[in-house]
Ligand binder design. Structure first.
Ligand SMILES: Nc1ccn([C@@H]2O[C@H](COP(=O)(O)OP(=O)(O)OP(=O)(O)O)[C@@H](O)[C@H]2O)c(=O)n1
Ligand SMILES: C[C@](O)(CO)[C@H](O)COP(=O)(O)O
Length: 258
C-alpha cells in the first residue's frame, strides 16, 4: 500500500500579482512548487506525487521538477481545473488502486516541514480517515452579513459595508493548513458528491476536508506548523524567504524531528 501526494500548483496567483503562475515564482532560487515537492518527497512517507499544473504548462512544470535532484520520488503532472477543488479532482482521477492514503498539499505552502507531513500520514495510517493540520487563531473572528441600510444622511459612518452577526469562541477555532491526509476511497467519494453538489465554480470547497465534513464523516486535527504558511500576497514572500533559509525546516531523515 502506498501514499500518493497531490500537489496543487494550477492557480494563477492573482493576489500575488506576478507575471508567472504562483507555483513557478522563485524563493531562494527555486520555484515554490519545487520547494513543496522537496519537502513531501523528503518526508520519507510519500511514494509518488501528482502535481496539478496551470493548463498548457504541464511540460514546463514537469521539467522544473525533473531537474531537481532532491525530488526523489516519481512525479506525474496533470492539467488543473478552474478551481482548486476541480484541480484536486483531476489529480485524484489518476490515483492507482494501491494508493490507499492520499495527501493534498498546496504548492502555495512550500515550507510545510517534513515532520508535519509525517504527522499527517501517521494519523491517517493510525485509522483516522481524514486529517488536517491546524493552528490556534490569534485574532478574534466575527461572522458578518450584508450591510444594514445606510443611516440617514448626516448620521453615522458614510460607508458601513457589513454587519457583525456573531463572535465564535476563539478557543475552539483552528486555522487549517495543508497537507491534509485522507483514506483515498473516502476522499474520492467526497469529491464525487462535492462535484455533483457544487455545479457552479463559486460553490467549490476551499479545502478537501470540507467535502468530507459535508458527508457527515469525522475529520481530526493534528498540530500544524507556522512554517506551513500560505503564500497569498507579496507580504508573505518576505516570510517565505525566512523559512527557505532555515535548515531546520528542510527535509530530514524519516522519524527525525525537524
Ligand atoms: N484552479 C486552481 C486554483 C488553485 N490551485 C492551487 O491551490 C492552492 C491554493 O490556492 P491559492 O493560494 O488561492 O492560489 P491561487 O488560486 O493561485 O491564488 P489567487 O486566488 O490569488 O489567484 C495553490 O497551490 C494553487 O496553485 C489549483 O491547483 N487550481
Ligand atoms: C486548502 C487551504 O490551504 C487550507 O487552508 C486553503 O483553504 C486554500 O484556500 P484558497 O481559497 O485556495 O486560497
Amino acid at each position: 500500500m502506498t501514499t500518493l501526494a497531490i500537489l496543487t500548483a494550477a492557480g494563477s496567483g492573482t493576489r500575488l500579482g506576478r507575471d508567472v503562475p504562483k507555483a513557478l515564482v522563485e524563493v531562494d532560487g527555486l520555484p515554490l512548487v519545487v520547494h513543496a515537492a522537496r519537502r513531501l518527497a523528503g518526508s520519507g512517507v510519500v511514494d509518488a506525487l501528482v502535481v496539478t499544473s496551470p493548463p498548457g504548462m504541464a511540460g514546463l512544470v514537469a521539467g522544473v521538477l525533473a531537474d531537481d535532484p532532491l525530488v526523489g520520488v516519481p512525479v506525474r503532472v496533470v492539467d488543473g481545473g478552474a478551481t482548486r477543488q476541480a484541480s484536486v479532482a483531476a489529480a485524484l482521477a489518476v490515483a492507482g488502486p494501491d494508493d490507499d492514503v492520499v495527501l493534498v498539499h498546496d504548492a502555495a505552502r512550500p515550507f510545510a516541514p517534513a515532520a508535519l507531513v509525517r504527522r499527517v500520514v501517521a494519523a491517517v495510517r493510525a485509522g483516522h480517515r481524514a486529517v488536517v493540520p491546524g493552528v490556534p487563531v490569534v485574532d478574534t473572528i466575527k461572522s458578518v452579513s450584508a450591510a444594514l441600510p445606510a443611516p440617514a444622511a448626516g448620521h453615522g459612518p458614510a460607508s458601513a459595508v457589513e454587519t457583525v452577526t456573531g463572535t465564535p469562541e476563539r478557543a475552539v477555532l483552528r486555522a487549517v493548513q495543508t497537507p491534509q491526509g485522507f483514506d483515498r476511497a473516502l476522499l474520492a467519494r467526497a469529491h464525487a458528491e462535492g462535484a455533483a453538489r457544487a455545479g457552479a465554480d463559486h460553490l467549490a470547497a476551499t479545502d478537501d476536508a470540507g467535502l468530507v465534513e459535508a458527508l457527515g464523516e469525522p475529520v481530526v486535527v493534528v498540530p500544524g506548523d507556522e512554517a506551513a504558511l500560505k503564500i497569498t500576497t507579496e507580504r508573505d514572500m518576505h516570510l517565505a524567504a525566512l523559512y527557505a533559509g532555515d535548515a531546520h525546516h528542510a527535509a530530514v531523515a524519516p522519524g527525525g524531528e525537524r
